[in-house]
Design a protein around this ligand. Sequence first.
Ligand code: SF4
Length: 319
Amino acid sequence: MSKPALDVLLARTRGFCAGVERAIDAVGHTLDRSGGSPVYVRHAIVHNQRVVDGLAARGARFVEDLRDVPKGGTVVFSAHGVPRQVEEEARARRLRVVDATCPLVRRVHHEAARQTAQGRTLIVIGHPEHVEVMGIVGRCDGPVVVVADAAEAERLEPEQASNLAYVVQTTLSVDDARRIIDVLTRRFPTITGPDIRTICYATQNRQNAVALLSRRVRRVIVCGDRASSNSNRLRELAQAANCQALLIGDAAELSRGFLEGEQAIGLTAGASVPESIVQETIARIGLWYHVTLREIGEQERSPRLHPVDFAGLDDPAPA
Ligand code: SF4
């Protein structure tokens, strides 16, 4: 029996962003230079289990706490960035450090430090439990509060209400961030902060792409780990556009039932997702349907991020 037809509309802007590729390459390069010595990575280098497993198979050891890295060992900081205290701890333990913090996250760190050094209370717009937000909070020299949604912004009673600044987590929904900023600027007219357009290019582009998909189909598959903030935002955006949206960590999580009754389906992937998962998902759909694949949307133009500094690997061995 011939298979039914299904159009798969694939977001042309999807998957790895420049910051994620840079961080993965940093671990690979550090492993290449390690001469067989263990390479530790603080936190999942990016929020994708396949990437983590692949690097672990090459010898990377993932830890959450620097106390799990032996004195004098080599550690890579993930793309999400770290609090200043973690850098100090690494120095105290005489670790060789490769810092793969995405430069776009680093830009938020600088802004957070600058605003609090100038005496402002900082509002971090983001999810308090996310590792990137913990890193941003850990860069502040003064009062800081994290606000996750517009309702929290309405309830906020900050110190120094007339001397506030805000920064935004890089992987937040642009629409959510705009809503929160609107509340903050209405309630605290003197608040200062960056233009919403300074939110990460990759986040915006992937969100624009899923919005485009959502106008063309009724169901959208988002490849991405449950721990991936930007992938979750893609799923939520599709849902907010009245689509059914499914987040899958790998192709095996896709069941045929999600596709049934549809003539076209949308497919995209978060910024931490390797293309192999997208292609395996298309292949799985092809088990059940005769697939016509159409890429839609703009081709992304990624910024050139400055290279990772590997000078820390040349530090002398500890005494
Ligand atoms: Fe950097 Fe943006 Fe990618 Fe995060 S999503 S790693 S901020 S480029």
